[in-house]
Design a protein around this ligand. Sequence first.
Ligand code: AMP
Length: 183
Amino acid sequence: MISRHLSICVYCGARDGTDPAYVAAATDLGTAIAAKGWRLVYGAGDVGLMGATARAAQEAGAETFGVIPTHLMDMEVGKRDLSTFVVTETMHERKKVMFMNADVIVVLPGGAGSLDEFFEVLTWKQLGLHNKPIFLLSVKDYWKPLEDLIDHIIAQGFAGPQNRDFFQVVKTVPALLAAMDHG
Ligand code: AMP
């Protein structure tokens, strides 16, 4: 069971997406992180699902830890009122600092940036560099095409079947919390 004071690293879109369910899930996740007494670790932006998650976590009293590179301070509206606000020089440093400060990874709907972050932690797990739990929060089956792609990669012999065990897919925040309880 995962129950101690955890740092939850959330990768997610810098946009809202078209379906209001995405923002709703981001808000639920931020609120749940606070309710559990956990800490949010994320990309320190105040836009899209990033901003929605952070505002909800903050409003519900969670500790927040954000990491943003200098050049995105304007574009992603660096959220300076977080409990901890780290500015890095590069994207690589951002990802490294986020990962080093996380116990669990949760991937909400997002674009290429979220995929980049997901595949980095997936490949590191594949290489045995870490064993942190990775959850795809597949709101309204958003990540189904990604699951299909990974199944295809395995079926075509470019990854072992164990690749599928390196991450779990959940559809809602309550399902995520339940899966973490059993983790
Ligand atoms: P997106 O899912 O494309 O909306 O991006 C989500 C977040 O990932 C944004 O804060 C991006 O700045 C960030 N991001 C995109 N590419 C990278 C990268 N190579 N390294 C670190 N962060 C990234």
